[in-house]
Write a protein that binds this ligand. Structure first.
Ligand code: DUC
Ligand code: ZN
Ligand code: ZN
Ligand code: ZN
Length: 460
């Protein structure tokens, strides 16, 4: 099977030019002006942007969490991702405390095998680091192609590890060529504030926000950067939301340390005023919570300064019925919001169309950097000869409106209902196959493959 994409404006993290792309099988064979090859199928991309498929390295599909499961499974979640131009996602396996990493991997494989529509990989969340788990780290990196290990500095009793475990894990991960991702918030401070608010009868979603002030994130981000510096282990802070936390990273860069930073689309464009609408605010109950306008400014600037490297989603959807579990107690609202389908178009509309970031920066933070940081480059994350033909064709001028009525995520509300966007994903290719065309998905579950990743370099 071969495909010729003609006359598109090709954008990568570094380039911007008009050319044709010839795809044979799963990979890009040739790129050039006016190619005279014969292909089984020709796509006219005149007037459109042709970019690498999006990579969302932070999603939670079919995940057991807070007494329920996130509502998108591997099929619905990766399909919705494809509709929005994201061709590869990285999901999180959660170790159960007291059990092995391998048993958690087996459980996640049971839910994901033959179910994904788009490509996916796993981070391994280590929630209980001990002599037994320590022995498994090398096997994950060398044999499973899982080279990043998630840690939680919050959610005590279920997910959180203490600093003793963190340092031990970092030493082990560094030794074998991996990276540590971190949910960097001070869990003890947050637990204290949750208990305080509850004892005062303050139970609405607003108090979820007020229980996780900026300092809880700034403190943990700083502590994490110090531990990464001490051990020399590459580190990646997930869902960084605020000025205080980014300043902790600025400090680390002053000592020539590189801590990778991810923010999520919601922190760039939504703010905490959404928590003022009574229980409606539960739609945006996530951890960390939405912040202030000044933090949005800091994050956009951070992208342009190269301090914020990746825009992900932390996609963790729950049906309204599930959100209602916390009707009378904010601490029981399942944390998370749906965005896997919307990330690429939201970032294009709010970032590129509004002139906040360049097209090259867009590709860099929506795809290329994640591929580099997590050991998938140049197979994923760019348009180059030999790379997987994972390609998004986007019309930069078409406008459309986001709504739960038309989205493909398995969740009965949209966190962005009624938002008007400029720029629409028209056609998506994954490994040389057209998977989305004109609002239609052309492949079934099972098309998506597990991506085995390489050791990390700790550099981009
Ligand atoms: N934050 C969320 O909002 N959901 C899943 C896990 C997390 O850290
Ligand atoms: Zn194994
Ligand atoms: Zn988190
Ligand atoms: Zn998450």
């Amino acid at each position: 099977m071969s495909i010729l994409i003609k006359n598109g404006r090709i954008i990568t993290a570094a380039d911007d030019y008009t050319a044709d792309i010839f795809i044979e099988g799963e990979t890009i064979r040739t790129i050039g002006k006016n190619l005279t090859v014969t292909a089984d199928e020709t796509i006219d991309a005149s007037g459109k942007l042709v970019m690498p498929g999006g990579i969302d390295p932070h999603v939670h599909l079919d995940m057991p969490f807070m007494g329920t499961y996130s509502s998108d499974n591997y099929e619905t979640g990766t399909r919705a991702a494809l509709f929005g131009g994201t061709t590869t996602v990285i999901d999180f396996i959660l170790q159960t405390q007291g059990k092995s990493l391998q048993s958690a991997l087996n459980e996640w494989k049971g839910r994901s095998d033959n179910n994904a529509v788009g490509d996916y990989s796993f981070h391994m969340a280590v929630t209980d680091f001990n002599e037994e788990t320590k022995k498994e780290i090398r096997h994950f990196i060398e044999n499973e192609g899982i080279t990043s290990f998630k840690t939680f500095m919050a959610y005590k009793g279920a997910l959180m590890i203490d600093d003793r475990q963190m340092v031990g894990l970092m030493q082990e991960v560094k030794k074998h060529g991996g990276l540590i991702n971190v949910h960097a918030t001070n869990g003890d401070m947050i637990d204290f504030l949750i208990a305080k608010h509850k004892s005062e009868g303050k139970l609405s979603p607003l108090y979820h926000y007020l229980s996780q002030p900026e300092v809880t994130e700034a403190e943990a981000s700083s502590r994490f950067a110090d531990m990464a510096d001490y051990t020399g282990c590459p580190g990646y802070i997930v869902h960084l939301t605020c000025e205080g936390a980014l300043n902790a990273v600025r400090f680390a860069t002053r000592r020539n340390q590189h801590v990778f930073v991810e923010t999520c689309i919601q922190y760039l464009i939504l703010d905490a005023s959404l928590y003022e609408n009574d229980f409606e605010g539960a739609k945006w109950v996530m951890s960390p919570p939405l912040r202030e306008k000044k933090d949005q400014e800091t994050l956009w600037a951070g992208l342009n300064q190269g301090l914020v490297n990746v825009v992900a989603t932390d996609h963790c959807p729950f049906m309204w019925e599930q959100k209602l579990m916390g009707k009378d107690d904010f601490s029981k609202i399942p944390n998370g919001h749906p965005a896997i389908e919307n990330r690429m178009e939201l970032l294009f509309s709010e970032g590129v169309s509004k002139g906040k970031i360049t097209l090259n920066k867009y590709v860099e933070v929506a795809s290329t950097n994640a591929a580099k940081i997590f050991g998938m480059f140049p197979k994923k994350g760019t348009i180059a000869i030999g790379s997987d033909a994972d390609i998004v064709i986007l019309d930069p001028n078409e406008t459309h409106t986001l709504s739960a009525k038309t989205h493909h995520m398995n969740v009965d509300y949209s966190a962005y209902e009624g938002r008007e966007l400029t720029g629409k994903v028209k056609t998506v290719l994954l490994r040389g196959k057209v998977v989305i065309d004109n609002n239609e998905c052309k492949v079934e579950k099972g098309y998506g493959q597990f991506v085995k990743r390489n050791k990390v370099t700790g550099k981009i």
